[in-house]
Write a protein that binds this ligand. Sequence first.
Ligand SMILES: [Zn+2]
Ligand SMILES: [Zn+2]
Length: 231
Amino acid sequence: MKIAEGIHSLTQEKGGHVHAFLLDDGEGLTLIDSLFDTDAKLILDEIRAMGREPKDLRRILHSHAHRSHIGSTAALKELTGVPVYAHEWEAGIIDGSRKATKVGFWPKPPREAYKLQFALALGLGKHPPCRVDQTMKDGDTVGPVTVLATPGHTPGCLSFWWAERKALFVGDVVVSWPQVEAGWEGLTLDYQENLRSVGKLSEVGEPLLVGVGHGAPILRDAPEVLRRLSS
Ligand SMILES: [Zn+2]
Ligand SMILES: [Zn+2]
């Protein structure tokens, strides 16, 4: 779905309304996160809906290595050969050499996300592994976006700022489902650190939109929302 000029959001019902994003900077496409392993077709269909072709995909960036954000990366890499980017800490999870860090079982709000917390507590679910070609760190420029280190949800959580379009993509640092909040506590490895990352995001600029990892993009009063969540 088009949410702004050159920006499409992709979602599916599973995984707590997980979202990925396609950016078209005129040169080609950048995919931020890849949904589940069954979603490659959904992503390719959206590329065509943008009037583009799979060969126009230039790169796949990852906000972090939780299963619902990395599932289709291997299939898309196989099909298009594009480079895959992630933070160094997350790369070993994406390539299958280690598992995602487990969280506790003790239920934390929101209750709608408990199924996901439970799965991560048990270490359930696999994604098709995929080699990471390039690591990213704070301050890097990759395609149209600037990389921001926003740890807390996981140590290697990254956000992406497309300054030209005033669009910010924050992975699970902020969620909007079932309500807007500074991440889901039950799935966040270091909640206080995540709050500091929200504070960092609130100082990035004046975003017109914030694409979050779960739930609809925040299209109204995004700077105020980030400031409120970080205070
Ligand atoms: Zn996550
Ligand atoms: Zn997530």
